[in-house]
Ligand binder design. Structure first.
Ligand code: SF4
Ligand code: SF4
Length: 317
């Protein structure tokens, strides 16, 4: 039988926004949702994927090493750009995504790693080595390990094994999830999860489906089941202009959160930002339609107060 592996696209140490204390956050590949405000488009595909960072590309005149290595002839000369070094015009490359099969040959040939593969397979032992390195920081700060994504619970078998090992070694564990997974995936990790960072985007299921691509009933039902099973939550609400920033939307969210009772430790508000737009260019993808201005601070504070008036503890990212 082959060894259990998880496909991971990033590992961030010293993270302070993904649960209590200082944490190691492990970002798993693959997500079934299509949030138009997603700032991690590289997380969406379940497979390993070629990325290209324009700012690192030295151009075909000076470099061009990727041009002749692609077995599918997917790399071509691309747009012109002013060089950062000497103000001359350089020609960048472009990737024909319809031909590329993400084999990675071009990434191996690219000296500055402008081309790179996103999504690496790790074994449980390999990830545990990363996790153990920061144990003193978890202990001093009340931190631990957080699995994020993508939707990390799609790779629940791998995640469960790592969480189980963490608990055996006394390390705090958190799961950052959309909740849009089969209950069996959650049930499998529940005994080893100290905290669920649980996204609540919109209580209106029709709107949820229209904007994100999936309805919300399964998400709400899973939250109720986690609460009934004794799980603990940090509920996360992204504040998205014109999607869920209205008073009604927050009242609905607040009522649902109150229904979960003592299971909810805190509500975290995450005001929308547009810093992820550049990442779409790395995948040669159009940025999503919903590119909006971040919500005003007054609105964020007013929504925080609304939830606090319902008896909830609220923090802003
Ligand atoms: S990843 Fe492979 S198929 Fe894709 S552009 Fe690079 S060499 Fe070609
Ligand atoms: S090998 Fe890398 S740096 Fe060189 S032209 Fe290709 S993408 Fe740009």
């Amino acid at each position: 039988m082959s060894e259990l592996t998880g496909k991971i696209f990033d590992i961030q140490g010293f993270s302070v926004h993904d649960g209590p204390g200082i944490r190691l956050t492990i970002f798993m590949k693959g997500c079934p949702l299509r949030c138009p405000w997603c700032h991690s488009p590289e997380s969406v595909a379940f497979h390993t994927e070629l990325n290209w960072m324009e700012i690192k590309c030295e151009g075909i005149e000076k470099c061009g090493k990727c041009l002749n290595v692609c077995p599918h002839d997917a790399i071509k000369p691309g747009k012109m750009k002013k060089s950062l070094q000497d103000d001359t015009e350089i020609q960048l490359v472009t990737v024909d995504r319809s031909k590329c099969d993400n084999c990675g040959e071009c990434a191996k040939a690219c000296p500055p790693q402008a081309l790179y593969l996103c999504g690496t397979d790790y074994t449980v032992d390999e990830i545990m080595k990363y996790i153990r390195r920061d144990v003193p920081f978890y202990q001093q700060s009340g931190g631990g390990v957080t699995f994020s994504g993508g939707e990390c619970l799609h790779q629940y078998e791998f995640v469960r094994e790592v969480l189980k090992r963490c608990k055996e070694e006394g390390i705090h564990t958190a799961i950052d999830t959309s909740g849009y997974v089969d209950w069996k995936n959650i049930e499998a990790i529940l005994p080893y999860t100290d905290l669920f960072l649980y996204d609540l985007k919109n209580l209106n299921s029709k709107l949820h489906k229209m904007v994100i691509g999936v309805p919300n009933e399964r998400i709400l039902e899973n939250a109720r089941k986690i609460a009934a099973a004794g799980g603990k939550f940090q509920i996360r609400i992204p504040i998205i202009p014109k999607f869920n920033d209205s008073v009604k939307s927050f009242k609905d969210a607040g009522e649902f959160i109150c229904e979960l009772g003592d299971a909810v430790e805190v509500v975290q508000l995450l005001p929308y930002h547009n810093l992820g737009v550049v990442k779409y260019e790395r995948l040669h993808r159009e940025a999503p339609i919903l590119v909006a201005e971040p919500p005003a601070d007054e609105l964020v504070q007013a929504r925080k107060k609304l939830l606090e008036d319902m008896g909830l503890k609220v923090i802003i990212h």
